[in-house]
Write a protein that binds this ligand. Structure first.
Ligand SMILES: [Zn+2]
Length: 521
């Protein structure tokens, strides 16, 4: 028994350290970004598997067991702190960059030597790693305390009832007409308005815009988004309402995005379409907001490779520098391409369809060039936008341009096939959930380029409605128009308003004046 106890005490730190990146990320994000429990379990399993390998490998060392495990604990701890250590090492120059496999290998080698010098496992009396184990315990407690306090604070949560009441209110007054047109609803993540893309990205989209117009899909000249972030934008658009009621319940200081995830999952638009007799297809992205949508009849939501959490966990450690593109960049690229391909597969299916597509492009990371060829940054995979984007502005602009050109070509082809196929003309809505983020500062409205962020690409084809929509219409009102005209919902237009909010206070809405979003450079 004492042997087992000693063995457990010696092994646990290595396992604990291996799991630490997952605990850290979940702790930092719990309730902010909704995290799938399955992903957590998988990531932990991968981390623990890595630790098991380390422990096995340690058996090959001719040192005393406790000393060898103490040495390993130290190595793993440094690996967990890889990003911050490399950030400090890289200060004042680009001598050390954590993004290459050679830097990662050199790092592991150096810390293995340093840890050896500290623990001296070959000596007859190796040094104890008690201090390291104590540091581990402190890190775990610090990481776990965040979600714990948030879970306690959310004990009296009232938002699910607000969401349900809102849904019931919207649907109470539905006079279901017979579905007469297929409906295609594209959300193109981060697709900005053509005039802004022309002036700030040197992109000429006139061929795309004219091509769409030739097929009856009109681009709104001064469209703006209602919100500046994906979760807020999708939750409001798919429920055709501003989020003030929800913000009133969760509080302006809330960071919790679970209510938004719930709104997307249970959304009014798809529920109304189903009740109106449509078969609802949701073609999701690999971003948490639309990985699955419960309100759809059919979710085309296959994912390849690592999910968001797993990529982020790996990127924290030297493992992120391994050649993992197949499970990160390549998987993400496939998801974008296959999402668009899926529209072609669904469009020929029998029955009236409501097809929702969320494409995580032209939003970073930039993985496709104009011809659809592969692009890949030489750094661990990361979907961060704005000041979370890890490249420079030149890289952002070049990558964004390529991805917009690719999308424009694919979308125009799709629209041609959708409008040319037999049957009644389809309803087509396509818009950005917000604009690009090369000038976005996540936690400052005043430092951000609000014009770039709030001006969106938006295009509509509403058969039987030749007048079209106002050029400055926001997605909430376009969706209300769609629901009123084709789904029988009694939804009067609302005022068109755009709100910025920071990453840390997503529910503290800062109204962006139309003038600010259009005139500012
Ligand atoms: Zn977005």
């Amino acid at each position: 028994m004492p042997r087992l106890r000693a063995s457990l005490a010696a092994h646990l730190p290595a396992f604990g350290f291996a799991a630490y990146p997952t605990v850290f990320l979940v702790g930092a994000n719990a309730g902010i970004v909704p995290i799938d429990a399955g992903a957590v379990a998988q990531s932990l399993a991968v981390a623990l598997g890595a630790a098991a390998l380390l422990v096995l490998a340690a058996g090959l060392m001719p040192w005393q067991r406790d000393a060898r495990l103490g040495w390993l604990s130290l190595v793993v701890l440094f690996c967990v702190l890889y990003q911050p250590i490399m950030a400090v090492a890289g200060l004042g120059g680009r001598l050390f960059t954590p993004d290459t496999a050679s830097a990662a290998a050199a790092f592991v080698l150096v810390i293995a030597v340093i840890a050896g010098a500290v623990v001296r496992p070959w000596a007859s009396r190796p040094r104890s790693t008690l201090a390291v184990n104590a540091a581990l315990a402190a890190l775990f407690v610090a990481s776990a305390s965040g979600p714990l306090t948030r879970a306690i604070a959310a004990g009296g949560k009232r938002w699910p009832s607000v969401v349900e009441a809102q849904l019931a209110r919207a649907l109470a007054d539905q006079s279901a007409p017979t579905p007469a047109h297929d409906i295609y609803y594209f959300v193109l993540d981060g697709f900005g308005r053509p005039d802004v893309l022309q002036s700030q990205y040197g992109l000429d989209l006139s061929e795309f815009v004219n091509g769409l117009a030739g097929k009856g899909v009109r681009v709104a000249a001064s469209a703006q988004s209602n919100y500046a972030q994906t979760y807020l934008s999708l939750a409001s658009t798919l429920n055709m309402t501003y989020l003030d009621d929800l913000a009133g319940v969760v509080g302006a200081d809330a960071r919790d995005r679970r209510p938004l995830r719930h709104l997307i999952d249970r959304n009014t638009l798809m529920t109304a379409a189903r009740r109106a007799g449509y078969r609802v297809y949701s073609i999701g992205s690999d971003y948490g907001a639309t990985q699955t949508i419960a309100a759809a009849d059919v979710c085309i939501c296959q994912r390849h490779g690592f999910d968001e959490l797993q990529s982020n966990v790996l990127a924290l450690t030297p493992l992120g520098s391994l050649p993992l593109a197949r499970w990160t960049y390549d998987a993400h690229r496939s998801k974008i391409v296959e999402g668009l391909d899926a529209v072609d597969q669904v469009r020929t299916l029998p029955g009236r369809k409501f097809v929702f597509v969320h494409v995580l492009a032209p939003h970073p990371p930039f993985v496709l060039n104009a011809d659809g060829g592969a692009v890949q940054a030489s750094r661990p995979f990361d979907i961060g936008d704005g000041d979370d984007f890890r490249g420079d502005k030149g890289e952002y602009i070049q990558g964004y341009r390529g991805q917009v050109r690719y999308l424009a070509r694919r979308l125009l082809g799709l629209v041609e096939r959708l409008t040319e196929q037999a049957g009644p003309a389809p309803v087509i809505v396509m818009h950005g959930d917000h604009g690009p983020g090369s000038g976005l500062h996540w936690n400052s409205a005043s430092a951000s380029d609000l014009r770039e962020r709030m001006a969106i690409f938006a295009a509509y084809a509403f058969p039987g409605e030749p007048a079209g929509l106002a050029p400055g219409i926001t997605p909430i009102n376009a969706a209300r128009f769609l629901a009123r005209r084709y789904l029988g919902l009694n939804m009067a237009p609302l005022e068109d308003v755009s709100y910025f909010s920071t990453k840390d206070n997503p529910y503290r809405f800062i109204q962006v004046a139309a003038a600010e979003a259009t005139a500012r450079r």
